[in-house]
Design a protein around this ligand. Structure first.
Ligand SMILES: [Zn+2]
Length: 297
């Protein structure tokens, strides 16, 4: 066959072998089926695009997002560490100045002090988690308990004590963890970063010498109705169940102001909300009143 074609076209006989081979083959590729050839060419080109271009691009993009997420986490942890160090420094300075004075005075008398509280009700896509009026009972209970037990008056930090953040909060902030999970949130999570960005009296650093407590009303605190990391943070979280229980707000505020759990049911720091009293022992009064959140001004 090839010999015949060569014979019909004498010029081909003088062309290099490979060219002649190619030219002759061209007419017989895929049995001369040009459509099939084109389809296969397209498929080849597509495979090249997928494997040669898109795959490396995807790999670079995934590598870049991994790096970006890691940098984000390190940055979050760094900011949380700065916040914690600042709090520890303030706590120590406060304890060595006003705190010592309060502690000594505590054996004689408890002059009136003030605590600034700001409550933020978070919202999801359906609106605020609760209405401000839903907080009346627990707010009144906290005011009364702090006045009666510690001679501390709860006052608003801003114009109003209760405010709604209308812009929907991230899911992580609406359903936070407590305990180790909350610590993890504070240092690495989206929830901790969100709370820090909304804290009353703080910008990157504290901007108010009254060191207010911020309470965030969230949808659900995992396995709890409220949560606080104690003096490590300046905020507490309270979920729908916590709002419904009258003593949870006051109890979590106790944690923020240095108090730990008590094994007496009649005490404000009793673990279970259902049968908790609102009593306080002498040392609890001194500890709470010497917190940086409780001031004479
Ligand atoms: Zn507790």
């Amino acid at each position: 066959m090839q010999q015949e074609l060569f014979a019909k076209d004498p010029v081909d006989q003088f062309r290099p072998f490979c060219y002649v081979q190619g030219r002759k083959k061209q007419s017989t590729y895929f049995g001369g089926d040009r459509k099939k050839g084109n389809a296969l060419m397209k498929r080849g080109l597509l495979s090249f695009l997928l494997i040669g271009v898109l795959a490396p691009l995807l790999a670079v993009w995934s590598f870049w997002s991994t790096i970006k997420n890691a940098v984000k986490k390190v940055w979050r942890a760094a900011k949380a560490t700065v916040r914690t160090v600042v709090r520890v420094v303030i706590t120590v300075v406060n304890a060595l100045t006003v705190g010592v004075f309060d502690l000594l005075l505590g054996f004689l008398t408890w002059p009136p002090k003030k605590l600034r509280l700001h409550i933020f009700i978070l919202a999801d896509r359906n609106g605020p988690i609760v209405n401000p009026s839903d907080l009346t009972q627990s707010l009144e209970y906290a005011k009364q308990t702090f006045k009666d037990r510690f001679n501390v008056k709860l006052v608003p930090y801003g114009e109003n004590m209760v405010e709604i953040i209308k812009k929907p909060a991230p899911d992580a902030a609406l359903t936070p963890d407590c305990g180790v999970g909350a610590l993890n949130n504070e240092f690495l999570g989206e929830a901790g970063e969100y709370y820090a960005s909304q804290l009353a009296g703080w910008n990157a650093l504290p901007i108010s010498l009254t060191f207010p407590i911020t309470a965030f009303v969230v949808r659900d605190v995992h396995n709890k109705v409220g949560c606080s990391l104690g003096p490590l943070t300046d905020y507490l979280t309270l979920d729908i169940g916590g709002v419904a229980s009258k003593s949870t707000l006051a109890h979590e505020m106790g944690h923020v102001c240095n108090l730990w759990h008590s094994c007496s049911k009649t005490n404000l720091m009793w673990k279970k909300a259902a049968d908790r009293g609102n009593g306080a022992k002498g040392f609890q009064k001194n500890l709470l009143r010497s917190s940086r959140h409780v001031q004479y001004w």
